[in-house]
Design a protein around this ligand. Structure first.
Ligand code: NIG
Ligand code: FE
Length: 416
C-alpha cells in the first residue's frame, strides 16, 4: 500500500541520467517541482503528483508537508564517526600554534585515537557512535559512510567494521562501511612499512572482503602516511577482492595519489587541498568524484581545495564533513555547505548536488539514492524553508523538520 507525502511547496529532485551532476550555478540543474506531492510504495518513489490533483482516499497513509521543501536525503560520504577518546588536549596545542603534522610527529594525531580505540570494547564504541550518527540524521542525512582506520591491527580494524555494520542494523538509515587500514602506520610498524602493507594485503583485506565487512577500501596517500607505491599494493589487493576504491590524497602534498586513483579506476579522490594544476587537469572528463572537505581547512586553519577550478575542469564535486577527532571535529553537514559557500565561493545550486547525487556516486550508490526519481529510494530531507538557499543562509540553525528513509519517518523535529 502506498503512502502520500502531500502538499510540498517545492521539491528539489536533482534528476539526472548519468548518476552525477556537474556543479552548475543555474537553478534549472536542480530540476525543481513546485506544488507537488510524492507517492511512495515499498520504500521507493512511485510517482509525483501535482498538489491540485490528489485523491487522499487512495492512500493508506498521508503525511502532510504543507509549505515545506523536500530534498533528496543527504548523503554524507566521508566520515570517521567510530572512535574512542578525545583529542581536546591536542586542540589546546593547536590553539598555541602547533600544526597538525607536528602534533602527529610528536606521537599525537591519528595514533593517539588508535590507542584509545584499541582499548575500547565493541559495545563502548557503539554507544559512542550512535548519538553522533543521530546528529547526522537530525540534519537530514539518510546515508552515512563510516571508515575504519583507528585500529591499524587485524583485531581492532575488524572490531571497528563490526561496530559500523551493527550501526547499519540498529539505526534507521543506511550506514556504509569503508575499510581504511591504510590510514597511518601503527607504532609497531613505524620502521617496517612493508610488513604492515603485507598484513593488510595478505590478511586483513581478504578477511574484510570475504566476510562482507566492507564493500569499499580507502587509503591515505601522503608523505607522512602511504606512498603511491604502497597504495598501489593495497589497491591491487582490494581490487582482487572485488572492492570499490577511494583515496585520501593531496591533502598536504601532491605526491602522485591521483595517478594511482585513476590507474585503479577509483570512485573518488578526497581532500585535494594541495592538488597541483597538473594533477587537477588529469581529472578532467574522468567521471571520478572529487570529495572536498572544507571543514578540515576551517578546523586546521589551512588552505581550501580549489573547488571552482575542479568544477571548471568538469569534475563532479561532493562535500563532506570528514567528521573525525583531529582534523575536522565538525559533526554538521549544514556547516560544511556554509563553508563551501563562504570560503570556496560557491552558490547553493553548486553545493546541493555535492551532498546528494555526487556524494551517492562517490559511494557507488547513485542508482538508488541521491536524487528523487521514480524507482529510486524514498529518502527525503524535509525543511521548513521557503527556498533551498535558506538552509545555507541560516548559519548555525537547523531548519530540517523530517528525515525520511525508504518512505519511513525516522526523525521529526516537530513534537506533538
Ligand atoms: O581525513 N587525512 C587523514 N585522516 C583524517 C584525519 C584523521 C585524524 O586526524 O584523526 C582526515 O583528515
Ligand atoms: Fe578523512
Amino acid at each position: 500500500m502506498a503512502t502520500l507525502f502531500k502538499n510540498f511547496s517545492r521539491i528539489l529532485t536533482l534528476q539526472n541520467e548519468k548518476g552525477y551532476l556537474f556543479n552548475l550555478p543555474e537553478e534549472k540543474n536542480l530540476s525543481i517541482l513546485n506544488d507537488f506531492s510524492i507517492v511512495v510504495e515499498e520504500g521507493v518513489i512511485k510517482d509525483f503528483l501535482p498538489n491540485s490533483n490528489i485523491i487522499e482516499a487512495k492512500f493508506e497513509k498521508v503525511v502532510d508537508c504543507r509549505g515545506k521543501l523536500a530534498l533528496p536525503g543527504f548523503v554524507e560520504c566521508h566520515t570517521h564517526t567510530v572512535f574512542a577518546g578525545s583529542r581536546g588536549d591536542e586542540f589546546k596545542l593547536k590553539l598555541q600554534g602547533v600544526d597538525y603534522e607536528e602534533i602527529a610527529r610528536r606521537g599525537g594525531g591519528i595514533i593517539s585515537t588508535v590507542k584509545a580505540t584499541r582499548k575500547a570494547s565493541e559495545e563502548e564504541l557503539l554507544n559512542l557512535a550512535k548519538p553522533r550518527a543521530w546528529e547526522f540524521i537530525s540534519q537530514g542525512v539518510t546515508t552515512l559512510e563510516i571508515k575504519s582506520g583507528y585500529g591499524l591491527d587485524f583485531e581492532t580494524e575488524v572490531k571497528l567494521l563490526r561496530v559500523i555494520n551493527r550501526l547499519n542494523r540498529e539505526l534507521p538509515i543506511e550506514i556504509v562501511p569503508t575499510f581504511l587500514g591504510a590510514h597511518a602506520y601503527p607504532p609497531e610498524f613505524k620502521e617496517n612499512h612493508s610488513d604492515y602493507v603485507k598484513i593488510l594485503t595478505e590478511r586483513v583485506i581478504p578477511y574484510v572482503a570475504q566476510n562482507n565487512l566492507a564493500r569499499s577500501c580507502d587509503a591515505f596517500c601522503e608523505l607522512t602516511a602511504f606512498s603511491p607505491e604502497e597504495v598501489r599494493l593495497v589497491f591491487a589487493s582490494a581490487k582482487e577482492q572485488g572492492m570499490n576504491l577511494k583515496l585520501h590524497t593531496d591533502q598536504f602534498n601532491s605526491i602522485g595519489g591521483i595517478d594511482v586513483a585513476l590507474e585503479f579506476n577509483a570512485r573518488s579522490v578526497e581532500h585535494l587541498e594541495a592538488v597541483t594544476d597538473d594533477a587537477l587537469r588529469k581529472l578532467n572528463g574522468q567521471e571520478i568524484v572529487a570529495v572536498l572537505l572544507p571543514g578540515v581547512s576551517f578546523f586546521l586553519k589551512y588552505q581550501y581545495a580549489p573547488a571552482k577550478k575542479l568544477i571548471k575542469n568538469n569534475v563532479p564535486v561532493a562535500f563532506s564533513t570528514d567528521f573525525n577527532p583531529g582534523s575536522s571535529h565538525i559533526l554538521n553537514l549544514h556547516l560544511i555547505m556554509q563553508l563551501a559557500t563562504f570560503e570556496m565561493n560557491l552558490t547553493a545550486e553548486q553545493i546541493l548536488p555535492g551532498v546528494t547525487i555526487n556524494a551517492a556516486r562517490a559511494l557507488g550508490l547513485s542508482h538508488e539514492i541521491g536524487s528523487l526519481q521514480i524507482g529510486k529510494n524514498a529518502d527525503f530531507a524535509i525543511f521548513e524553508a521557503k527556498d533551498y538557499s535558506d538552509i545555507i543562509y541560516n548559519v548555525g540553525r537547523n531548519l530540517l523538520v523530517y528525515t525520511v528513509k525508504k518512505g519511513n519517518l525516522v526523525y521529526s523535529k516537530i513534537r506533538n
